[in-house]
Design a protein around this ligand. Structure first.
Ligand code: ADP
Ligand code: MG
Length: 407
């Protein structure tokens, strides 16, 4: 294992739980690995793909992500291909797969239900099924995709092939659901630590968000990401922050032409001081270790979303900042939207929002609340969040107590 890690990937050692996961998988044991963003989930199927007989079939929800993965796998000399509606060389890929000439084959989940795809798998040799972003299989997850439900019958048609499910974000409920939905035994669960000690968390009421963000940008000279709730807000903030701070600030959202998005993203990845103002469309699959701050101009969708978005800061381990500016109207709007979704999803979405409100309103250590949400038992104080550094609540309570006593 270690030799292949070095020879194929050029890494000197495993990180975190990677070795536990790879060890299970190459011994044919199905596994659900919960590892934070940036922890190196891809390696846990790419390394077995090289070591195992047969091809590792990887289910991934977004074609754009697949292509990034494909490029980096190929750069390491791994024989990899994608099989999607966007590929014109599908015939050649299928031939290579049948001939046993592929280590990795990336597919989108909807392919799983196609009868010819099952036939294709039966005509080739599959060594491992890897299911990336596995929380998509659960309605409790924050990004349910019905296509993921089509995977189970396919997996069950290959009972001897191990399954490796991967996700960064799963609370206890979602975890059990992924295990059940994908038929992975409970003992197959491996959870990596979620703490990101170098990130300083702060959550503040929104006053004048333009001014507040300007201060964040001025105080943090390194690369940063500002998440804004709408495309219009992204455009407007990018413009005003560029003007008011003199920094290089670019927008990113799904409404921009693909070439502009690609250009802005490439500029950000290469930059040592740029600020990207973006919707949540930005960030997935982007590998930039030196992001120094992530700011939220409004609330994220959930604690999972918050953790994932703030987790893009400080992957290099250096001190970084995650700051959110929230308003009561954010929660009011989110609750309003709840009434518009399918009734059977309302309960889980409401719980998600309540958990987020708990994090926003707490006077306790933010990190402790966050880590408990992911099933960990953290220390009561971290010394590196707003509530630990300036325990406002404590002062208020003392004031109230003093008034009561003097009354
Ligand atoms: P995830 O999918 O968990 O967010 P990735 O698989 O994209 O993370 O990996 C994040 C980064 O970490 C990549 O640049 C990858 O090359 C790097 N990486 C993964 N494993 C190791 C390791 N054992 N040693 C050094 N770097 C690693
Ligand atoms: Mg990944």
């Amino acid at each position: 294992m270690s030799k292949a890690l070095h020879d194929v990937f050029g890494f000197s050692g495993f990180r975190g739980v990677q070795d536990l996961v790879v060890d299970r998988v190459i011994h044919g044991q199905s596994t659900l690995a919960i590892m934070p963003t940036g922890a190196g989930k891809s390696l846990t199927y790419q390394l077995p793909a090289v070591l195992l007989q047969g091809t590792c079939v990887v289910v991934s929800p977004l074609i754009a992500l697949m292509h990034d993965q494909l490029r980096s796998a190929r750069a390491n000399g791994i024989r990899a291909a994608t099989l999607t509606s966007a590929d014109t060389d599908r015939g050649a890929t299928m031939d290579a797969f049948r001939a046993g000439e592929l280590d990795l084959l990336y597919i989108a989940p909807e392919r799983a239900s196609q009868p010819h795809f099952r036939e294709l798998l039966l005509s080739a040799r599959v060594g491992l099924f890897a299911i990336d972003e596995a929380h998509c299989v659960s309605e409790w997850g924050h990004d349910f995709r019905p296509d993921y439900r089509l995977l189970r019958p396919l997996l069950d048609a290959f009972p001897q092939v191990p399954r490796l499910a991967l996700t960064a974000t799963a609370d206890n409920h979602t975890r059990s659901d992924i295990l059940a939905q994908l038929g992975i035994p409970d003992e197959g669960l491996i959870v990596a630590g979620f703490d990101r000690p170098n990130i300083r968390y702060a959550i503040r009421p929104r006053e004048s968000v333009g001014r507040q963000l300007k201060a964040v940008v001025e105080e943090n000279p390194g690369p940063g990401i500002i998440y804004a709730p709408t495309r219009a807000r992204v455009e407007q903030l990018a413009e005003s922050l560029a003007r008011d701070t003199g920094r290089r600030v670019l927008p990113y959202h799904a409404g921009l032409p693909p070439e502009v998005r690609a250009r802005n993203q490439a500029a950000f990845v290469a930059s040592e001081d740029m600020v990207m103002v973006a919707t949540v469309a930005f960030g997935m699959g982007i590998d930039k270790p030196d992001v120094r701050f992530v700011a939220h101009a409004g609330i994220p969708k959930s604690i999972e979303g918050y953790y994932q978005e703030t987790g893009r800061a400080g992957r290099d381990g250096d001190p970084s900042v995650a700051i959110m500016f929230w308003g009561a109207d954010d929660f009011a709007r989110a609750r309003q939207r709840l009434s518009e979704i399918e009734p059977h999803r309302q309960q889980s979405e409401r719980q998600r929002l309540d958990s987020l409100a708990g994090l926003v309103e707490t006077a306790e250590c933010r990190r402790a609340v966050l880590l408990r949400h992911f099933g960990e038992t953290p220390a009561q104080t971290c010394g590196n969040c707003d509530n630990c550094l300036q325990p406002v609540g404590v002062v208020d309570v003392t004031d109230v107590a003093r008034k009561l006593l003097s009354a």
